[in-house]
Design a protein around this ligand. Structure first.
Ligand code: F0G
Length: 458
């Protein structure tokens, strides 16, 4: 197993707190066994998300000091637009305060009621923004992408036959754009191959349908392409990124991931009409086109983060650290989703806790136990997040998988922290029989996982 030594040294530190098991039992009680309700100060290792949680470099912090806070035409916007354009190559760059606002702008100008949006797998906010515009999100990931134990180098690929069939059946008029999420977060942080991007590009071009990337984790995707597609073994990461974006007509981006910043995003595209419509909406919703809901200093931090994220030693460390955690867990026999993704390791809770039925929220039970025993926060991706109670019959529907995501913030935790996480989970695996199921005490009608309250089954 390769040990991913950090390609940086630490100049500023942030104290994190260890709590006692008794304190955590009490805190969990107060939180209604919902980890979103915990005070973050009471968490030792926080793996809730890799979004907005990155550590910025000294160079990015220095950039914050040269923030130009002019309302219009600040110099940082030009640095930002140049850095983005160097990577994506699109003519128009619109800053936004985060990814979902870029999605909202794009879909508001491009979708109409009853339209269809194919994607490999929509992320929750992308799906919600499609639905909000009264269109229908469709997930066309390859069949291999659904099997948690199957090893496949590019499990995020789109099934191109399904895409062709969809266009033939429904007609291209109902499909105003095709999207691809790189890497595929909802499918386990799995990459998309360049070969697959080329195929989707060909289909999109043939039918003259715009093709957009949801590019949050584009650099991590490029690293996998270099590692796994022989044609790219000796190509540089920036050149792989340029080729990747060359197949698309635009992209949405949450810079909170591969922008290496705590806030920010953008929408980029070539089409002039679409750009003009999106800009008008931007002014209404986010701000003037040279700041788009961000401060000048934020734009500068993104401009610099986008250069750093393409450095190969950074990416080797980044992907290596996530893989290191996954391999430590695998070696202890802990069931995880395979292969290990780019930004997170996913525990397979159905295999971890076979004694708990889906009705007792096994993935949430596991996430709660992990906080209680080790002070580690993760996120449930299972029946609490995706299950639904039919308001008429009270009948529950369940998702296919029960997962616990360990999302790794960028440049934040050391490899020793990863060992702590792996050992804590291995210990919990040895005492898994003692983990009890959970019951819902309160649920909201929509997005229930954020505010639900639960209790333990006695
Ligand atoms: N697309 C993908 C693939 C994402 O993973 C996210 C956010 C977004 C869009 C939306 O970006 O948060 O800046 O508005 N994912 C975070 C996560 C929240 O935890 O996976 P945003």
């Amino acid at each position: 197993m390769e040990f991913p030594a950090e390609p940086f040294r630490i100049k500023v530190v942030e104290k994190i707190q260890k709590t006692t098991r008794e304190e955590r039992v009490e805190l969990l009680q107060q939180a209604g066994l919902n980890l979103f309700n915990l005070p973050a100060e009471k968490i030792y290792i926080d793996l809730l998300t890799d979004s907005g949680t990155s550590a910025m470099s000294d160079n990015q912090w220095a950039g914050m000091m040269v923030g130009d806070e002019s309302y219009a035409g600040c110099k940082n916007f030009f640095n930002f637009a140049r850095a983005v354009r160097d990577i994506v190559g699109f003519s128009h760059i619109i800053p936004t305060h985060q990814g979902r606002s870029a999605e909202n702008l794009l879909f508001s100008v491009i979708l109409k009621k009853g339209d269809l949006v194919p994607n490999n797998t929509h992320f929750d906010t992308t799906r919600a923004n499609v639905l909000h515009n009264e269109a229908i999100p469709l997930d066309l990931v390859i069949d291999e992408g659904h099997d948690p134990n199957l090893d496949h180098p590019f499990k995020g690929n789109m099934d191109v036959d399904k895409l062709e069939r969809l266009i033939a059946d429904k007609g291209k008029k109902r499909i105003p754009l095709i999207m691809m999420t790189v890497t595929n977060n909802s499918g386990g942080g799995q990459p998309v191959s360049m070969a697959n991007l080329r195929q989707v590009h060909r289909v999109a071009k043939k039918h003259r349908i715009p093709f957009f990337l949801d590019a949050c984790r584009f650099a991590e995707n490029c690293f996998f392409i270099k590692e796994r597609e022989p044609e790219f073994a000796s190509k540089s990461i920036p050149s792989i990124a340029r080729e990747m974006f060359s197949y698309a007509d635009g992209c949405t981006m949450s810079a909170k991931k591969d922008g290496l910043v705590n806030i920010g995003g953008f929408l980029a595209m070539n089409d002039d009409t679409c750009y003009r419509a999106a800009t008008n909406l931007l002014i209404l919703l986010e701000g003037f086109p040279t700041y788009g809901g961000l401060a000048g200093r934020d734009l500068e931090a993104i401009a610099r983060g986008l250069q750093e994220v393409l450095e190969e030693d950074y990416l080797a460390y980044r992907i290596g650290q996530v893989r290191y955690l996954g391999e430590l867990l695998s070696r202890s026999g802990v069931p995880i989703l395979k292969p290990i993704g780019g930004h997170a390791v996913y525990l397979n809770a159905r295999e971890f806790l076979p004694h708990l039925p889906q009705a007792q929220f096994p993935a949430q039970a596991l996430a709660v136990a992990l906080y209680r025993e080790a002070g580690i926060r993760t996120v449930e991706i299972g029946s609490l997040m995706f299950g639904e109670t039919d308001p008429k019959t009270g009948k529950e529907s369940y998702p296919e998988l029960e997962l616990v995501r360990l999302a790794i913030p960028r440049r934040v935790y050391t490899s020793m922290h990863m060992q702590y996480v792996a050992e804590s989970i291995a210990q919990l695996y040895r005492q898994r029989q003692s983990i009890k199921g959970l019951l819902l005490v309160y649920q909201a009608p929509l997005l229930r996982h954020f505010t639900a309250r639960l209790s333990e089954v006695e």
